[in-house]
Design a protein around this ligand. Structure first.
Ligand SMILES: Nc1nc2c(ncn2[C@@H]2O[C@H](COP(=O)(O)OP(=O)(O)OP(=O)(O)O)[C@@H](O)[C@H]2O)c(=O)[nH]1
Ligand SMILES: [Mg+2]
Length: 310
């Protein structure tokens, strides 16, 4: 008897949702960076657990949106949760503890506030979900229990898992639980498929990840990557052209860097990873363009599967 269904991972930005998704899938399907708001649209990854197929839905972080893109991201995260057979609320326990210890960064504090408002939304929806405390690596057990108990008492959680998506502790228990929660039925994807994202979009994501990893100001939120050509050559290689769109001229200069060094690094890292991913030689051509209004253009949203009108 096979099982198959959807398990959505929701949480504040930077909780480790994409890291967990990749860990459960056993392959990189979703990009990961140290910055908040990395994931922009729900990304599906297929994990197997014996006779069960768990289609994970990695979602954008849920936070208080300001811009149109934020609103579209947050809306898509909740929609991912609504459509799923089960929902995991992933919480960064290190951020929770840092706030208690008064050593929190601004991002930690915002993350903890986001957790509170996610709990309020779950309450309002009368929804019970699985709580997974993430980033338990390096945290003392009694401190974990205190956070776990406080969150459990909100009444919105059916059960609690303690995991480290980074080193894998506790993840197998969570996998087994998700597998058991999947409804009976035929698998939704072929057994050997791990991701469900068009190659052009995946290629754009990999390059966007390199931009995020390399550029540290507010700039990443103002940048997007578009694959404009994806051409398989007769010699087995693939030629990819991408445009990095930014909102201002100064941002363009930052991405290019002195003597083009930053762009060169981005291109090199992305090309290396894409070659590995597609298992063939990749010729990557990057352009950086200023388009002030890209985040207000419908096309940017439809290409990511996001709603423009939110
Ligand atoms: N120490 C530790 N760090 C982790 C763990 N899981 C994720 N991280 C780190 O947390 C940061 C954010 O990870 P992501 O997986 O991108 O987080 P996310 O929830 O997908 O973030 P958004 O897409 O921005 O909402 C990265 O620097 C990860 O390496 C963990 O278990 N332990
Ligand atoms: Mg993510």
């Amino acid at each position: 008897m096979t099982r198959a269904g959807f398990a959505a991972i929701i949480g504040a930005p930077n909780a480790g949702k994409s890291t967990l998704t990749n860990r459960l899938v056993g392959a990189k399907v979703s990009i990961v960076t140290q910055k908040v708001q990395t994931t922009r649209f729900p990304v599906r990854g297929v994990a197997m657990a014996g006779e069960a197929q768990i289609v994970l839905v990695d979602t954008p972080g849920i936070f208080t949106p300001r811009r149109r893109l934020d609103r579209a991201m947050v809306r898509s995260a909740w929609a991912g949760a609504e459509d799923a057979d089960c929902v995991v609320h992933l919480v960064d326990v290190q951020a929770e503890l840092a706030v208690q210890d008064k050593t929190a960064t601004g991002a930690d504090k915002r993350g903890v506030q986001d957790v509170e408002s996610i709990i309020e939304s779950l309450k309002a929806a009368g929804k019970q979900v699985i709580l997974a405390l993430n980033k338990i690596d390096g945290v003392k057990r009694e401190r974990l229990l205190a956070v776990s108990q406080r969150l459990y008492e909100t009444g919105v959680y059916s059960e609690v898992f303690m995991i480290s998506a980074a080193d894998g502790s506790g993840v197998e228990d969570l996998r087994a639980r998700l597998a058991a929660l999947m409804p009976e039925g035929p698998w939704l994807y072929p057994e050997d498929q791990t991701a469900d994202i068009p190659a052009r979009l995946l290629a754009a994501e990999i390059t966007r990840e390199k931009v995020y990893l390399r550029v540290h100001e507010e700039l990443p939120y103002a940048a997007t990557v578009d694959t404009t050509a994806f051409e398989e050559k007769r010699d087995g290689s693939v030629r990819i052209e991408q445009t990095i769109l930014v909102e201002r001229e100064g941002q363009r200069a930052i991405i290019i860097g002195a003597n083009g060094q930053t762009l060169k690094w981005i291109g090199q890292k992305s090309r290396e990873e894409l070659s590995e991913l597609f298992e063939r030689t990749v010729h990557l051509f990057l352009h950086v363009r200023v388009r002030e209004t890209w985040a207000e253009e419908r096309e940017a949203y439809t290409s990511m599967g996001l709603d423009f009108d939110v």
